[in-house]
Design a protein around this ligand. Sequence first.
Ligand code: HEM
Length: 369
Amino acid sequence: MASGSAAAAPAPAVVAVTVAAALLLALCGSTEAHTQLGAYNKTCPQAEDIVFKEMTAAVAKSPGLAGSLLRLFSVDCFVGGCEGSILLDSTASNTAEKDSPLNKGLRGYDVVDAIKAKLEAACPGVVSCADVLALAARDSVRITKGPYIPIPTGREDGNRSSAADVAPNTPKPDASVADLIAFFGKFNLTAKDLAVLSGAHTIGRAHCSAFSSRIYNFTASNNVSDPTLDANYTASLRGRCAAGDLTTLVDLDPSSGTTFDLGYYRGVAASRGLLSTDGALLLNEDTSAYVMRQGNATATAEFFADFAASFVNMSKIGALTHHKGQIRRHCSAVNPPSASSLAPVTMGAHAAVLLASSLVSIVALALVL
Ligand code: HEM
């Protein structure tokens, strides 16, 4: 019951200080970095539609791009966080991630640049390259008949991109399932996330070089193939990839490489996982159980829901917010010093004026009371 005593009510000066503290928090933002659904709803309401339209057109012209954009995003996230560093070009003094020999096979940079150009024309300096990549990747899934993934946005772009960061943050081609689980664990992703996100290999292609050791020289003696790979599949892969072929691309999911479905799991469950790391999923109790369940499933509902959740988990890795990064004007280069300071300074000045006038009012109020 309320006491009704005047002493129980907070003193006006306390109220004023509390209001000031709340105002300060609102102006500065919380210290915890976070992204949110529809971060551009007010600042660039058409942003997500622009990305979807451009992606739809690009994939209609070249269906292989869906897989390429999905992979580009995952590589960006694992190397230094989802902050667009994979998109930066090398400079005279720096070799960037994209020029690491391990990333030579990545494709789709021109699509990102084209989408970014449309976004800059509609809302200059608002949508980050990191978000363009995140939205393009989620649209790759949607356009190939996978789930629609509501994905938080509001990432900013990082300034660092070093080829030296790539190898320590890329699973080795012959990684064991324990290695893969440990690798995902570094990013707070679980064995389930590993089994689920590997399902991305239901679309897209790999170079023959990514699996040639499995079909030609699995042991030191030549012409021995990986005995865990289905023999008919090995024979058909040998037909596609001559020994030493570095350029030919082969579907990761031979049954339906341009459709986001359960074909990948059916393949892996039947010893037809193209990459050694796909086949390795069968060698751990948890990941194997997931592969077998989806491989035998008659509906995509569980995989789609899981993929949406794990994709969002991945999309949070190392995201930059609260002016820790910038909104790049061009995805391939950090902003020149004047442009890069523009957004934070403009907002900082606005916030400073608001803050100063609020503090003056609060001090005046406290004095009067
Ligand atoms: C388990 C760890 C992973 C490994 C070891 C791995 C490895 C690879 C390799 C070697 C390729 C072939 C690259 C080439 O030859 O050009 C590839 C392609 C691909 N990966 Fe992964 N990957 C992993 C996880 C992921 C994740 C988490 C995603 C996305 C959520 C993803 C999506 C893709 C896609 C879509 C392609 C096809 C790319 C294209 O068609 O251009 N991968 N991956």
